[in-house]
Design a protein around this ligand. Structure first.
Ligand SMILES: Cc1cc2nc3c(=O)[nH]c(=O)nc-3n(C[C@H](O)[C@H](O)[C@H](O)COP(=O)(O)OP(=O)(O)OC[C@H]3O[C@@H](n4cnc5c(N)ncnc54)[C@H](O)[C@@H]3O)c2cc1C
Length: 377
């Protein structure tokens, strides 16, 4: 990577790190307990220019790269996985607009997201073939406009974001799916569902419902039946973001466990300490491997080659499995302190467990990856 890109990426990570310390970490537990959407966190991220890292300067951004995105998500996740997930969804909404929108759509919509004015999420398929959804929205043509009806479950930021890229098939027309940009004030658009959940309590996960929701052609991204590539671009950024989240959560759990161990190491026998050292070294080795594999996935996203995104899928599989392992080991190492004093490890364990089933489960991704490998694709 050229030196100048690396420096930009490091600078952006530092901005995210400082912001996390000053504005995000202090309010995380309160938001998690009240299951409140992190509006203030998103405002702070917008003020710091961090929604603009995928967009070029001409569209209100700073044209960084996927590596910078990974750095920002990792830093936020060390304190607030729910906020990091919502941030990931917003960044992912930029990709289809930038890569597949018309010139008019790009110049009108991308700056609004990049400058933090609009907080746009995605309701797309995240399954490897891109052909399954949790729910269904159908678009019916009405003159040159489209009426959306149906619902999609498990949408990140459903309760909190103000716009969504929604994937829908147009009734009676061939071709692929289409991507519609829906705004919160559009008539016939509603949010609902999912009041209680296992983890990621502040991510506003819920359902989007459409009933007679009419959208004009100017908000069909890339044209009717042309949503496959946009879906793919957003899907891959979501999976990359989730890998970065896993990395940040594992690093935070590890650092906390080591800090607690330093305070208590005099209480252990030399045999116990030998076992602990093995464990600590294994955890750190795994985190290094996660970092390397997430870096490869980011590089893949920046070059955006056609075909199966193997590095992105592998990154998601490995990072999530590793995060669960590291978080569990951290809790074990921290012992009673991990249980009683460090609410963070408990929250990370919950959030990491849920991450492994969202946006396609680890098993579904492995199944698809294995199939691609055997078919020789
Ligand atoms: C918070 C959240 C956010 C989500 N966001 C999105 C989104 O943005 N876009 C989207 O498309 N979906 C999203 N999902 C849906 C998610 O992809 C599904 O929950 C997941 O695919 C499991 O599907 P299911 O609930 O129908 O369970 P099932 O498909 O019935 O799966 C149940 C179990 O069977 C296993 N299984 C299923 N298929 C296979 C296979 N081929 N090989 C091995 N094991 C398998 C699964 O791993 C799981 O353990 C989200 C889900 C959640 C909870």
């Amino acid at each position: 990577m050229p030196q100048v890109r690396r420096e930009l990426s490091e600078n952006i990570r530092n901005v995210a790190r400082n912001l996390t310390t000053s504005s995000i970490r202090p309010t995380v537990d309160e938001l998690d307990q009240s299951r409140s959407f992190p509006h203030a966190h998103l405002t702070a991220l917008g003020d710091a220019g961090l929604f603009g890292i995928a967009a070029p300067p001409t569209l209100g951004g700073q044209m960084a790269d996927a590596r910078s995105f990974v750095g920002v998500v990792e830093e936020i996740s060390r304190a607030a996985p729910s906020t990091a997930l919502v941030y990931t969804a917003v960044l992912s909404s930029c990709l289809p607009l930038m890569r597949h929108g018309s010139e008019k759509q790009k110049s009108e919509f991308v700056p609004k997201i990049a400058l933090g004015e609009w907080k746009c999420g995605v309701a797309i398929s995240t399954h490897p073939g891109g052909d399954q959804m949790n729910g269904d929205v159908i678009a019916s043509r009405e003159g040159d406009r489209f009426r959306l009806d149906g619902a999609i479950q498990y949408v990140i930021g459903a309760h909190g974001l103000d716009s969504f890229l929604v994937r829908a098939d147009v009734k009676g027309e061939g071709g692929g799916p289409s991507l519609f940009l829906v705004r919160h004030h559009d008539a016939g658009f509603q949010r609902g569902g999912m009041d209680r959940r296992l983890g990621l309590a502040s991510a506003g996960i819920g359902e989007l419902r459409f009933e007679n929701c009419v959208i004009g052609p100017e908000r069909v991204i890339g044209g009717i039946g042309k949503g496959v590539e946009g879906n793919r671009a957003a899907q891959e950024y979501l999976l990359l973001g989730v890998s970065a989240m896993a990395l940040g959560m594992a690093q935070e759990c590890f650092d906390t466990a080591v800090r607690l161990l330093r305070e208590t190491q005099n209480e252990y026998t030399s045999t116990e300490l030998a076992l602990i050292r093995q464990n600590v070294a294994g955890m750190q080795t795994r985190i290094s491997a996660m970092r390397a594999i997430a870096d490869l996935a980011a590089f893949h996203e920046d070059t955006d080659p056609p075909g199966i995104p193997y590095p992105t899928y592998r990154g998601r599989i490995f990072c999530l499995e590793s995060a669960l392992e590291v978080a569990a080991s951290a809790l074990q190492l921290a012992g009673g302190k991990g249980f009683s004093e460090e609410a963070m490890i408990e929250r990370m364990l919950r959030d990491a467990r849920v991450l492994a089933i969202i946006l396609s489960t680890t098993e579904q991704l492995k199944d698809a990856l294995g199939e691609f490998i055997i078919r020789g694709e």
